[in-house]
Design a protein around this ligand. Sequence first.
Ligand SMILES: NC(=O)c1ccc[n+]([C@@H]2O[C@H](COP(=O)([O-])OP(=O)(O)OC[C@H]3O[C@@H](n4cnc5c(N)ncnc54)[C@H](O)[C@@H]3O)[C@@H](O)[C@H]2O)c1
Length: 302
Amino acid sequence: MSDPQKIAVIGAGLMGHGIAYLLARAGHSVSVFDTSEEARASLGERISDIAQLLGDDKKLLDRVQVVDDLAIAVAGAAFVIEAATENVPLKQKIFADLETLVGPDCILASNTSSIPLRDIGQNMTDTKRLVGAHFWNPPHLVPLVEVSQLAEENLAAVEKVIALLAGAGRHPVHVKRDIPGFIGNRLQHAIKREAIALVASGICDAETIDDVVKFGFGKRMAVLGPMEQSDLVGLDLTRAIHEVLLDDLDTAQGPHPFLIHLIEAGKTGMDAGEGFRKWTPDEAAEVRARLRNFLAAEAKSN
Ligand SMILES: NC(=O)c1ccc[n+]([C@@H]2O[C@H](COP(=O)([O-])OP(=O)(O)OC[C@H]3O[C@@H](n4cnc5c(N)ncnc54)[C@H](O)[C@@H]3O)[C@@H](O)[C@H]2O)c1
C-alpha cells in the first residue's frame, strides 16, 4: 500500500464511484466532484453497497468527501482521476480548468474509454502531467488499469500513476503510446469482429459463440494469456495455424452490416429484449447477477 494521498475523482457515475471506493479502501483521502446533484447525493449509498458486497468495513466512507465545487475537490490533490461523461469538449474543458486549479506536481489522469489523450489535452498549456488511466467496469472488481502515455515527457507521470494503482491493489499495465482502444479493447473487439462475421455468415448462432468462449479457451484465459499459451504450445504451432487461418479471418473495416441491421431493427441488447440473442427480463437479471457474483468472489479471494 502506498502512502495516503489526497486524490480527487471527477465524475461520480458508474466508474467514478467504484474508483473512489478502491482509492478510499487503500487508505487515501478521496474528494469526489460531480455536476449532478443526484450523483452526489447517492454516492455514499452506492459506495456503502460495494463495501457490503465485498465485506469491507464501511468506515472507509469516512475517507470519501463529496463536494459540489471543482476547485474545492482538487485543492491540494496529488492526483486527479477524471471519470466524467465520455464527451470530447466536456473533457477538454475539465482538463483546461484542472490545470489552473491544481498544484504544479498534481498528476491529471483520464478514465476515457476512447478519446485520444492528445484531444483531451488540446486546451491545456502543458500536457506532461496528463495520463490515461483506463479502468474496467466495475473498477472495484476488475483489477486491470491500462495506464497510457501521451509522449516521452509523460513517462514520470505514468510511473507515478502505476505506483499509486499498484499500491491500491490494482493491476496497472503501461500502454506506451496513445492509441485507440488501448490494449484490452483492441483484443476484445478483434474477437467480436470475427464472432459477428461467423454469425452473419450462418456458420453458427450467437449462443454457440458464447459457448465456445465460455466452455473453451475462456476457461483457461484467466490464468493463461494468449502469449503464454503460444509459448506453452510452441511458436511453430502458432505459425502453422496462422498460415492456414489468417487469410480466412474477417477483415471488415468499420461496423459489420449485420450489427447495423440489428440496431436499426431495435435489437440493441438485453434492455430491448433482443440483441445478438433473445432475453427475458429474468434471463437478463440472471446474467448480471452471475457476473457480479463471480467478480465479487474473485475479488474477495485475492
Ligand atoms: N462504463 C464503462 O464500462 C466504462 C469503462 C471504462 C471507462 N469508462 C469511461 O469512464 C467515464 C465515465 O463513464 P461512466 O460509465 O461512469 O459514465 P456515467 O454516465 O455513469 O457517469 C458520468 C458522470 O459524470 C458526471 N459529469 C458530467 N459532466 C461533468 C463535469 N463537467 N464534471 C464532473 N462530473 C460530470 C455525470 O453527472 C455522471 O454522474 C467515461 O469517460 C467512460 O468512457 C467507462
